[in-house]
Design a protein around this ligand. Structure first.
Ligand SMILES: Cc1ncc(COP(=O)(O)O)c(C=O)c1O
Length: 393
């Protein structure tokens, strides 16, 4: 039986060369390779500053900390995300105000953001934290307008969205990373391109960039990493409260090589998404993901929904049969407001966000990555369709 893993990173000779170059250079933690990765990533998304960090969780924490979000503050975000998006608000003593998602894109619904702001229930909202779910960009024109109207900052969780772009009013296509105040990326092992573990923050704001660069390495003055270098000095100053969120040169070396291949990775993901949607669109038991016009979708995830009224089995059983037949899949995401921690800490309850709960109850994510062969893609399609045929109501 064919086996198709849910994900496999594409690591080749370019990555090996860059990592060996760093290992042999005599400097393996944050240094010249991380600086190069920052510069090349900033060019890639069209941002003024890019700051490499250890992971997207740290990026989100630093971004909200740099904006001064603290105890008692509220931040509006989506429950349909990985816990990292909201857990960092707990680090800061701030409260996540969840609002429901759009049933087509699975992204935060701007109308629900406006309702939350107008309701009078959330008087301490200081920022919006949209997540570009699966690599499909949020409606940033509307979100920027809301932020302007209510004097809020925007931190974008772009863990899924390196390479995504969107048509913006009066501006044309803009890549994610060059839209909001601060944008946070993940290079975790399963992401569209990877550094094994890693993250990046982009911004146009010089002061925020400086503050984050200093805070990401213990609050030491910038370039303190050079203190062991012949050109450096043993003396360093601590300017601010800091964190240990720097990205090592070994990780950055993988990133430098992966970034060069990122457009090629994205092309293949788009091809696979198209093949899946062409095969599934016509089947009345399945609901292929909606892809908005005017965007470049990074296709980090391909999230398929079942129509339970048409099938004799539910999502869990469907996923189990796929696994038995060699197709690795996963479920994105378990809505945060249904989890113990979020219910205990913030009083959320099952039923609070019906759209997120409905999507979760019938969705699963299929394999989608550069290293998949056409045979793998066809096998996934045939396996999904055969399970549907065997279980139609
Ligand atoms: C939406 C979202 N935000 C943040 C993160 C955290 O990323 P990292 O593992 O780089 O900290 C993830 C990780 O999967 C994610 O899916």
């Amino acid at each position: 039986m064919r086996q198709v893993a849910f994900h496999r990173p594409s690591i080749g000779p370019e990555e090996e060369r860059e990592v060996l170059d760093t290992l042999r250079s005599g400097w393996i933690t944050t240094g010249p390779k991380a600086k190069r990765f920052e510069k090349e990533f900033a060019e890639y998304v069209g941002a003024k500053h890019a700051l490499a960090v250890a992971h997207c969780t740290g990026a989100l924490h630093l971004a909200l900390w740099a904006l001064g979000i603290g105890p008692g503050d509220e931040v509006i975000t989506t429950p349909f995300t990985f816990t990292a998006t909201a857990e960092i608000l707990g680090y800061l003593g701030a409260r996540p105000v969840f609002v429901d998602i759009d049933p087509g894109t699975f992204n935060i619904n701007p109308a629900r953001i406006e309702e939350a702001l107008e309701s009078g229930a959330n008087k301490k909202v200081r920022a919006l934290l949209p997540v570009h779910f699966a690599g499909q960009t949020c409606d940033m024109d509307r979100i920027l307008k809301i932020a302007r109207d209510y004097d809020l900052k925007i931190v974008e969780d772009a863990a899924h969205a390196a390479g995504s772009a969107r048509h913006m009013d009066g501006r044309g296509m803009a890549k994610v990373g060059a839209i909001g105040d601060l944008t946070c990326f993940s290079f975790y092992a399963t992401k569209n391109f990877t550094t094994a573990e890693g993250g990046m923050i982009t911004t146009e704001d010089d002061a925020l960039a400086e503050k984050i660069a200093v805070a990401s390495l213990h609050g030491m003055n910038k370039d303190a990493w050079k203190r062991y270098d012949q050109s450096g000095s043993w003396y360093y100053e601590i300017h601010d409260l800091g964190f240990k969120y720097n990205l090592s040169d070994v990780h950055a070396a993988i990133g430098v090589a992966q970034l060069k291949r990122s457009d090629e990775f994205m092309r293949r993901r788009t091809e696979i998404a198209r093949a899946y949607s062409d095969a599934f669109r016509a089947d009345e038991s399945l609901q292929a993901p909606y892809s908005e016009p005017g965007i470049e979708h990074a296709w980090h995830l391909y999230v398929l929904r079942l129509r339970p009224e048409r099938l004799r089995i539910g999502r869990n059983q469907f996923v189990e049969i796929l696994r038995e037949r060699g197709v690795g899949c996963s479920v994105h995401c378990i809505p945060l407001h249904t989890m113990h921690y979020y219910q205990r800490s913030y009083g959320y309850r099952n039923g609070d966000f019906p759209v997120a709960e409905d999507v979760f109850s019938r969705c699963f994510s299929l394999p989608i990555y550069y290293a998949m062969s056409d045979e793998d893609v066809n096998y996934v399609i045939e396996t999904v369709l055969s399970i549907v045929r065997e279980n139609r109501r």
